[in-house]
Design a protein around this ligand. Sequence first.
Ligand code: PRP
Length: 210
Amino acid sequence: MLNIALPKGRLGEKVYNMFEKAGFECPSIKENNRKLIFENSELGIRYFWVKPSDVAIYVERGAADIGVAGKDILLEYEPDVYELLDLGIGKCSMCVAAPKGFRDDTKRTLRVATKFSKIAQNYYSSIGRDIDIIHLNGSIEIAPILDLSDVIVDIVETGTTLKENDLEVIKKIVPISARLISNKSGFKFKSQMIERVTSELRRQAEDRND
Ligand code: PRP
């Protein structure tokens, strides 16, 4: 049985559709209920929906053999997993954003609000800027408005959230997209099945880029 952790939500539905198109269908997953685990015993696959930021934990610990996680989560938590493929969906950017007209006063420690403390720390270390991290769990955009921070480091997809809160991107740190990841020992013991899934999904990812 190949265990697959899918990120709950809109991205997860796109991801499941890719698996389905690749021949790993599990029709019961589309029934509108609140179940979280779905199995197709004929194909030997089992899907489960988990919180997007938890996918890498399931995969790292072997509760799932493979899964799909955002590059943001992989950079932030550095789970001990193999990154097999960029699926080319869920594209967005990790950015520094600030209120319009912001000027960095380099004589002061910069206050950075973020959910992604490690990514922010690594970025500012790479440019030699002293910062004070303010770790938040969501609604990061309001931090500079309330003078809790000077800037934020957060994901920007359409840019609407920034715009509606009078913020603007001042630096794109890294592009983000959904990645297929694998448990390290699962990759050895279920290599045939995982390689089949990977090559089918690769074909779809490449077609999308054509
Ligand atoms: C993410 C991110 C921004 C928003 C960006 O939040 O933290 O707030 O999406 O999207 P946009 O550029 O298309 O407006 P998410 O929806 O994951 O919620 P969260 O703030 O609770 O993490």
